[in-house]
Ligand binder design. Structure first.
Ligand code: NAD
Length: 308
């Protein structure tokens, strides 16, 4: 029997995620959105591509959460995307309303699901989803670090000419302006990045990684990135389904790890069919620890603004 994945929000990220899930034949997909016709139309279009992908996935579009019942995974992508010049944090209040409503419905219709939160500002939205659903925290996971790390890998590949799959990176912290790319944990073909690139080049790659989302928003002008975000969501799904077993930076609820408590922040984790299997504590240097703490403070600040 196929697994069932609900994707909330049939916009750019949601529909592309549904497409990738169908193309890889990972699960049946229910696309749910508030706009009538959009999830239905996109679902039908994806369904019609399935024969060409040799995929037996069933794709449904709906405006009704009853159709999402019993999902194994729910991906929340509903809400506004940034416009040029905007930070992710500026989406806080409007997207909180959307995420709150979606999370309430999911808790009723799919009480056993693992939730992947994508809507920005993502770490704060993951926290809100946890509070609204009252799910165990290992079942509510945010997507940000997988994307930020993939961007860093892409920029290193462009600079060095190395194959992207020979490049390992680790970007921790919030999925925001204070994310924490870790060059010390970055390797190209088994060699440390510092042996391959000069310090100014490494700094340029870090700057571009931190600005990766804004760079695309600036080019598109009417929306934000979705191909790499959707691929990052699917990477997490493949780990949850235990098709892959990778160390992935995901936004998870820390309960003392890295000296942080009660906050969602990007940390290296292993995922499994019940959610977060383990959180790995890297040995950070003092400056890296401080960067992570500063990043966590920005998330705590957003959460404080949410409750007031
Ligand atoms: P989009 O505008 O293309 O799509 C958003 C969709 O959400 C629209 O179809 C809209 O109708 C729908 N929607 C709005 N309110 C809803 C509700 N109450 N219930 C169901 N659906 C609802 O935007 P997008 O490019 O797909 O981005 C979606 C979100 O994901 C944004 O907040 C964006 O910032 C975020 N994002 C996060 C990451 C990440 O790494 N975490 C990456 C890319 C985008």
């Amino acid at each position: 029997m196929h697994k069932k994945i609900t994707v909330v929000g049939a916009g750019n990220v949601g529909a592309t995620t549904a497409q990738l899930i169908a193309e890889k034949n990972l699960a049946d997909v229910v696309l749910v959105d508030i706009v009538e016709g959009i999830p239905q139309g996109k679902a039908l279009d994806i369904q019609e591509a399935c024969p060409l992908w040799h995929s037996s996935a069933k794709i449904t579009g709906t405006n009704n959460y009853a159709d999402t019942a019993g999902s194994d995974i729910v991906v929340i992508t509903a809400g506004l995307a940034r416009k040029p010049g905007m930070s992710r944090d500026e989406l806080l209040q409007s997207n909180a309303r959307v995420v709150k409503g979606s999370a309430k419905n999911i808790a009723i219709t799919s009480p056993k699901a693992i939730i992947i939160v994508v809507t920005n500002p993502m770490d704060a939205m993951a926290h809100l989803t946890l509070k609204v659903t009252n799910f165990p925290h290992k079942k509510v996971i945010g997507m940000g670090g997988v994307l930020d790390s993939a961007r860093m890998r892409a920029f290193i590949a462009i600079e060095t000419g190395a194959a992207p799959d020979k490049i390992e990176t680790m970007v921790l912290g919030s999925h925001g302006d204070l994310m924490v790319p870790l060059p010390r944990f970055t390797k190209v073909d088994g060699k440390n990045l510092t042996e391959i690139l000069s310090q100014p080049k490494i700094e340029e790659i870090i700057r571009r990684t931190k600005n990766g989302g804004a760079e695309i928003v600036g080019l598109l002008k009417t929306g934000s990135a979705y191909f790499a975000p959707a691929a990052s969501i699917v990477e997490m799904i493949e780990n949850i389904f235990e098709i892959k077993n990778e160390l992935l930076p995901c936004s998870v609820y820390l309960d003392g790890e890295y000296g942080l408590k009660g906050v969602y922040i990007g940390a290296p984790v292993r995922l499994c069919s019940t959610g977060v299997k383990e959180i790995i504590e890297l040995e950070l240097k003092e400056n890296e620890k401080q960067a992570l703490i500063a990043s966590a403070e920005t998330v705590k600040d957003l959460i404080r603004k949410l409750v007031t």
